[in-house]
Design a binder for this molecule. Structure first.
Ligand code: ADP
Ligand code: MG
Ligand code: MG
Length: 254
């Protein structure tokens, strides 16, 4: 049983105009087996939360805490965070030219586990996960993210999720740019990972459609850098019907 605990988190980003506070006191607790959807309008700070937990150097935590099973995540290096059991699927995954998917996955697995996976089971596991995600076998020999389509990037993220078996997974806009078939395949992958490892999932999404396939236990609405409302799955249904209008500042009268 694992718990990711975010307490009164304030984060600033460095811009050309100086430092700007983006997260203004975020509180959130994610436990093993729970799926939390973070929803909210564009620019509300959802990705900033993901990057901050992942340790992206552009984001400075000015106050508050993030702990995983009581351990201070914010004092860990990016590698240590992964070893501690955090997984972050980047919204815009980077290219790693010259490194094949196959080598990348094995290196990542070795880094996270602290030992190389046994070759025979590893090859079998990779094949099974790729097959489940309807990925062509030749995909393993391609360069990481080199010329990947949007759908291939997302499948690659979920492939990592399935193989690395994190305690807590943070998925940012996993649904963006996917057609309905790809969305279903990717969602099934997330659900398999949840079932197999009892991972806690923080699912960040602007749109409600992925929540038809991945059922959230809790929904948190982000507005202007903090959680403005929380509820169960019914809150997502309400957002689907009403959008975010009631959370946004009233427009100036003409
Ligand atoms: P969301 O993911 O909810 O759309 P983001 O976390 O991407 O929101 O952005 C929140 C706010 O922070 C936006 O106003 C955005 O312009 C700003 N911001 C985020 N990252 C940076 C950055 N690296 N440089 C400057 N501004 C940023
Ligand atoms: Mg909660
Ligand atoms: Mg975002």
């Amino acid at each position: 049983m694992s718990t990711l605990e975010i307490r009164d988190l304030h984060v600033s980003v460095d811009t050309e105009q100086g430092s700007k506070e983006i997260l203004k006191g975020v509180n959130l607790t994610v436990k093993s087996g729970e799926t939390h959807a973070i929803m909210g309008p564009n620019g509300s700070g959802k990705s900033t939360l993901a990057y901050s937990i992942a340790g992206h150097p552009k984001y400075t935590v000015t106050s508050g805490t993030v702990t995983l099973d009581g351990e201070d995540v914010l004092s860990m290096s990016v590698d240590e965070r992964a070893r501690a059991g955090l997984f972050l699927a980047m919204q815009y995954p980077v290219e790693v030219p010259g490194v094949t998917v196959s080598n990348f996955l094995r290196t990542a697995k070795t880094a996270v586990d602290g030992e190389a996976p046994k070759l025979r089971t590893w090859v079998k596991d990779v094949k099974k996960s790729m097959n489940d995600l309807r990925m062509d076998e030749g995909f393993a020999e391609r360069g990481v993210n080199e010329g990947f389509s949007g759908g291939e990037k997302k499948r690659h993220e979920i492939l990592q999720l399935e193989l690395l078996k994190p305690k807590i997974a943070i998925l940012d806009e996993t649904d963006s740019g996917l057609d309905v078939d790809a969305l279903r395949v990717v969602s099934e992958g997330v659900n398999r990972a949840k079932d197999e490892t009892d991972a806690g999932v923080l699912l960040i999404t602007h749109y409600t459609r992925i929540l038809r396939y991945i059922k959230p236990d809790f929904v948190h609405v982000f507005v202007d850098g903090k959680v403005a409302e929380e509820g169960g799955p019914e809150l997502a249904e309400r957002l689907e019907a009403e959008g975010y209008d009631r959370f946004l500042p009233a427009k100036a009268k003409a």
